[in-house]
Design a protein around this ligand. Structure first.
Ligand SMILES: Cc1cc2nc3c(=O)[nH]c(=O)nc-3n(C[C@H](O)[C@H](O)[C@H](O)COP(=O)(O)O)c2cc1C
Length: 321
């Protein structure tokens, strides 16, 4: 059940993509997602050099023989080395699927994807961006609505409207998300015309997610009103868990603080301390409204099986069987 163009193109068991998550989608977690039947995506920006990245790819190939992808972050601020260098390495290592996100895709890079025969997915938050990458030869567009954890852009269009708008505007298959945390959301984005679903926030509360147990418990306790938008004033709007540093960031923005002051609060290093040590007030974590639907901490495999079973049951009931 739920075989779609996305399962055909990507070669996954389920039409489910585990969203790229900075510091989190490392080889072990990517393998957990891919081995459970979804598409895991390695966040290349975690790795500071070609060698580190090459080692991470070797490790991922050791841990899974299922399809996985590599994310190239197009925000210049977000990545330690030039994306062309990550691309050299991933082509050399035999990666087949690449995802871009965070900004407009530069043409030279996309030409290289095509020359290397890679399947190219671009993640965006609006119709106009989807149309632009379609023109450039993208294979799959991922679109995430305003509910989503992480970058939300400036357009603020919810998943229920954005997914069908993109589906009706492009000819390539679409992966939809933003708020998908269970079988209901999964089936909903397929009903909206997407051929697959992307899930980020819900995966934070899984056994394998490489974040501290206290953080997982805090997220399980959080509800749908415990997220907020930050960094809009600096053109990098993100939906995050509304803990003390997130509120501090909003205060600084309201007071028109200088950029370095804001960046200090949102720094990736501080987030890493929270992830590793469970100090819940040390950094900011991207988090979508779908956190309100995460009530426990299953394995990734249990989560995906539950999503598929729930979606299949709903589809059956709706069909009157
Ligand atoms: C903790 C966290 C970190 C994320 N980091 C990134 C990232 O580095 N690059 C990226 O493209 N998307 C990132 N995202 C967004 C996800 O890949 C995905 O698009 C989003 O989580 C889907 O919406 P959902 O959270 O409502 O499921 C992140 C999301 C979360 C929750």
């Amino acid at each position: 059940m739920f075989k779609t163009k996305i399962t055909d193109i990507l070669g996954t068991k389920y039409p489910i993509v585990g969203g790229t998550m900075m510091w989190i989608t490392n080889p072990e977690f990517v393998a957990a997602v891919s081995n459970a039947g979804g598409l895991g995506i390695l966040a290349s920006a975690i790795y500071q050099s070609r060698d580190e990245f090459a080692t991470a790819l070797d490790r991922t190939f050791e841990l899974t023989n299922k399809p996985f992808a590599v994310n190239l972050n197009l925000f210049p601020m977000m990545r330690p080395i030039d994306n062309n260098e990550y691309l050299d390495v991933l082509i050399d290592k035999g990666v087949k699927i690449v995802e871009t996100s965070g900004h407009s895709a530069p043409e030279e890079l996309c030409d290289r994807f095509k020359q290397a025969g890679l399947i190219w997915i671009h993640k965006c938050v609006g119709v106009r961006y989807a149309l632009k990458v379609q023109k450039m030869g993208v294979d799959i567009v991922t679109v995430v609505g305003y509910e989503n954890g992480g970058a939300t852009g400036q357009l603020d269009i919810g998943t229920l409207v954005l997914v069908p708008r993109v589906v009706e505007s492009v000819d390539v298959p679409v992966i939809g998300g933003g708020g998908v945390s269970d079988g209901r959301g999964f089936l909903a984005v397929l009903a909206l015309g997407a051929q697959g679903a992307i899930i980020g926030t819900r995966l934070l509360a899984t056994q394998e997610a490489p974040i501290h147990e206290d953080l997982k418990q805090a997220l399980v306790q959080a509800t749908e009103i415990d997220t907020m938008l930050v960094m809009r004033s600096i053109g990098a709007t993100h939906r995050v868990w509304s803990n003390a540093p997130a509120k501090k960031c909003a205060e600084l923005e309201a007071a028109k603080a200088e950029l370095p002051e804001i960046l200090k609060v949102v720094s990736g290093e501080k987030a890493k301390i929270m992830y590793d040590k469970g100090d819940l007030d040390s950094g900011i974590i991207a988090c979508g409204q779908g956190v309100g639907i995460a009530h426990d901490i299953p394995t990734v495999k249990e989560l995906f099986e539950r999503i598929i079973t729930q979606a299949a049951d709903i589809a059956k009931n709706l069909a009157g069987n």
